[in-house]
Design a protein around this ligand. Structure first.
Ligand SMILES: [Zn+2]
Length: 395
């Protein structure tokens, strides 16, 4: 028995879309589709609901640009994105017939620009868990692909909708069939069920210091603290000197905040994102041991008068026509980590009415009431927030 629900996937719809397979003794297979839509979270939501509304759910919805993975139904039952071939129910052919809708268009093959990450690996792991071989028995997906009935009925592996007999759709387009297999755990070598954790456990050495799962030292704590200060926390406790999956997940939030996606946002530090986070690239001073702390830990400083000017929108205090977005962003991130400011407003750098309301909630949390909790930052409440969330206050 293979994987039925992929633990890395978010659940979509009601959780039941098909039924038992008609030919469970035939080998397992995968069918790749494209949704003929754009990608991104809005498409994921809208197309996701649309497929349910027209009762054409695949098992899997996948965004090739964000590595987002959703699952509608159990892999050991049928999906319903295929037409029947006469009386043959193609959705129910094989031990499994795992159908994947990729948020893309057939005319622009998604393997040309995609960024498969840990979730794609999880999908391929689940596919292999059913004994589906790393093979394309009907060949490539270029126009004119074969819809051979015998191949479909008897061979396990990967198919496009363009290969399924009795169907007339040509998706997923001329994708690179080898790229699909290469993005699997182990780079496409047939491994019969190798497993990669959803959180990357790769390590990297930057400027003489080790980062990633299992790395230890004060530099690990310093990175963790800097991540918390940036509002990038997946920590239940800590951060501490031992790099755990929580550090990787927190670092991944930072990478996403920096604009990275897919496998570039796997939570394993790179030099550019690390330098941006720490202000300077931590390194060994002289030839000391790898556990020696970095010489300087960059902690953001928030200027109280800038912040008050931004919150009051006082034109006399504006500098250069700005309302001090750098100072505001640090405080917004801290308010978000406190659970007082939604992610929608947490990085806009504008101390507008929503941020004022969030700061007032922080003041009340500190015990202030009435006009002392008006949402305009004061020194004591700001220093308290900074001490908790990792920034200094210049008053
Ligand atoms: Zn299709």
């Amino acid at each position: 028995m293979g994987e039925i629900w992929i633990k890395e996937a978010e659940r979509l719809g009601g959780g039941s879309i098909g039924g038992a397979m008609d030919s469970p003794n035939a080998p397992g297979r995968v069918v790749w589709h494209t949704t003929e839509s754009g990608h991104g979270d809005a498409s994921f939501t809208n197309v996701g609901k649309y497929l349910t509304s027209v009762a054409s759910e695949p098992h899997i919805l996948y965004d090739p640009t964000t590595d987002r993975l959703g699952q509608y139904g159990p892999l050991n039952q049928s999906a319903r994105a295929l037409k029947n071939d006469g009386v043959t129910r193609t959705n129910r052919t094989g031990k499994v017939c795992i159908q994947v809708e990729v948020l893309a268009r057939a005319a622009t093959p998604f393997t040309g620009y995609w960024k498969p990450g840990p979730n794609f690996k999880a999908l391929m792991r689940a596919i292999r868990s059913w004994g589906v071989p790393d093979a394309w028995p009907a060949g490539g997906c270029a126009p004119g692909a074969s819809r051979n009935r015998t191949t479909w009925a008897t061979k396990g592996g990967h198919y496009g909708h363009c290969h399924v007999p009795g169907n007339d759709h040509w998706d997923p387009g001329n994708i690179s069939t080898s790229a699909i297999l290469k993005a699997a755990p182990g780079g496409g070598t047939v491994s019969g069920g190798s497993s990669t954790p959803a959180v990357s456990r790769a390590t990297v050495t930057i400027n003489g210091l080790k980062y990633g799962y299992g790395a230890t030292g004060a530099h690990v704590t310093a990175v963790g603290k800097a991540l918390v200060a940036q509002g990038c926390s997946a920590y239940a406790e800590g951060p501490g000197p031992n790099w755990t999956d929580a550090d990787t997940k927190s670092y991944q939030k930072w990478q996403i905040k920096c604009g990275y996606s897919g496998s570039d946002a796997d939570g394993v530090p790179g030099e550019a994102s690390l330098k941006k986070l720490m202000g300077t690239l931590p390194g060994l001073a002289g030839s000391g041991p790898a556990t020696k702390p970095p010489a300087k830990i960059a902690v953001p400083t928030v200027d109280l008068s800038n912040l008050v000017a931004a919150a009051r929108r006082d034109p006399g205090l504006k500098q250069g026509g700005t309302t001090h977005p750098a100072d505001v962003k640090v405080v917004e991130a801290a308010l978000k980590t406190e659970g007082l400011l939604s992610a929608t407003y947490a990085a806009d750098g504008s101390f507008g009415s929503t941020t004022v309301t969030a700061y007032a909630a922080w003041q009340r949390k500190c015990g202030y009431t009435g006009s002392a909790a008006d949402g305009i930052p004061g020194k004591a409440s700001l220093e308290k927030l900074g001490a908790k969330r990792g920034f200094k206050v210049k008053a």
